[in-house]
Ligand binder design. Structure first.
Ligand code: NAD
Ligand code: UFG
Length: 338
């Protein structure tokens, strides 16, 4: 089975390609490398010992997409490609709407033209907004998004639902990720953010390696056990394995399906710091800083629907997530390099 993986050179995409190859699928990577490097594709081949086709292409390039569909018999698409920085999306909303929403529309048009109507989409817990109370369940109403990035996820979900409603040949799986961290056990692929990381664990790893002096803990006066924000961190390999189950779902059944991919456990910022200190065997310096605008106190999933319907559940715990993040960072201090 050939699976087109848009954004396959990125953090979650590269881990998913490894698991697809290990399971006997034939992933075809499409990426414009705007937030990744082709080195990750080389390492996917190195880890699995298998070859993988790579097209440097933009999802907004309809002619490029048509060529890929003409050259390959693609059974389904896993659609990771998108811009994902919350702060940048506030500064450059049109870029986010064009890339994420415009790109997804063009991708679906090319898919329909090629007769490939099966797609797994990378959505986010951000679509629940701040009104819903954790544990978050798929049947809760969508929340109000607080930034253009989140709005793109909400709109793409709606677009894909409408596409599905219009044509019974489509099969769509919307995967709402919680907070992916960790890296492949080999230490050869992982998250390689540009510049100063925005997210907690990439920031901590750079403090641990000495690139950043200390972590700013964004608020310790939230209504949580220790006052710091609580999130549902999920190992990226568990997340990748969830995509294999989602691909099976869309290949086997038409319709529109929505699943949380999380562990169901919430950890506070300070608990993550403690787990990371254990993993890297050194103290992580931190200072308490003001709250980050737009943050919520607590966000974690109810992952029971994915378990019941996909037969998937996350099995890797917070210690393993931190150990694997640290192995990747310490063995690749400059990520994939220049
Ligand atoms: P990433 O930036 O590492 O991967 C995204 C990939 O898409 C990159 O390789 C980038 O070069 C590529 N890309 C972007 N725009 C493109 C375009 N127009 N055409 C072709 N390629 C393009 O990010 P990631 O963490 O692997 O996230 C993958 C997906 O999961 C994204 O859609 C993201 O919004 C979503 N998601 C991520 C998180 C998270 O915390 N990492 C949480 C929820 C949802
Ligand atoms: N945090 C810090 N210091 C930092 C970075 C983060 O204290 O330097 C805290 C945050 O305040 C939050 C927690 O660590 O309490 C996690 O923050 P992240 O930025 O790692 O993750 P978020 O939950 O804020 O964001 C993630 C994704 C977004 C997505 C959002 C909602 O990165 O793309 O979940 O689903 F929109």
């Amino acid at each position: 089975m050939s699976i087109l993986v848009t954004g396959g050179a990125g953090f979650i995409g590269s881990h998913t390609c490894v698991e697809l190859l290990n399971a006997g699928y034939d992933p075809i990577i499409l990426d414009n490398l705007c937030n990744s490097k082709s080195e990750s594709v080389k390492r996917i081949k190195e880890i699995t010992g298998k070859d993988v086709k790579f097209y440097e292409c933009d999802i907004r390039d309809r002619a490029g997409l048509d060529k890929i569909f003409a050259e390959n018999k693609i059974d389904a698409v896993i659609h990771f490609a998108g811009l994902k920085a919350v702060g940048e999306s506030c500064a450059k909303p049109l870029e986010y709407y064009d890339n994420n929403i415009g790109g997804s529309v063009i991708l679906c048009e090319a898919m329909a033209a090629a007769g490939c109507k099966k797609i797994v989409f990378s959505s986010s817990a951000t679509v629940y907004g701040s009104e819903n109370i954790s544990p978050l369940k798929e049947d809760m109403p969508e929340g109000k998004t607080t930034n253009p990035y989140g709005t793109t996820k909400l709109y793409i979900e709606r677009i894909l639902k409408d596409v599905c409603a219009s044509d019974s040949e489509w099969s769509v799986c919307l995967l709402r990720y919680f907070n992916p961290i960790g890296a492949h056990k080999s230490g050869r692929i992982g998250e390689d953010p540009n510049g100063i990381p925005n997210n907690l664990v990439p920031y901590i790893t750079q403090v641990a390696i000495g690139k950043l002096s200390h972590l700013n803990v964004n608020g310790n006066d939230y209504p949580t056990p220790d006052g710091t924000g609580v999130r549902d961190y999920i190992h990226v390999v568990d997340l990748a394995l969830g995509h294999l189950k989602a691909v099976e779902k869309v290949l086997g059944e038409n319709g529109c399906f929505t699943y949380n991919l999380g562990t169901g456990n919430g950890y506070s910022v300070l608990e993550v710091v403690k787990a990371f200190e254990k993993a890297c065997d050194k103290p992580i310096k931190y200072v308490i800083a003001p709250r980050r605008p737009g943050d919520i106190a607590t966000c974690y999933s109810d992952p029971s629907k994915a378990k019941a319907e996909l037969g998937w559940e996350a099995v890797r715990g917070i210690d393993e997530m931190c150990e694997d993040s640290w192995r990747w960072q310490s063995q690749n201090p400059n990520g994939y390099g220049d």
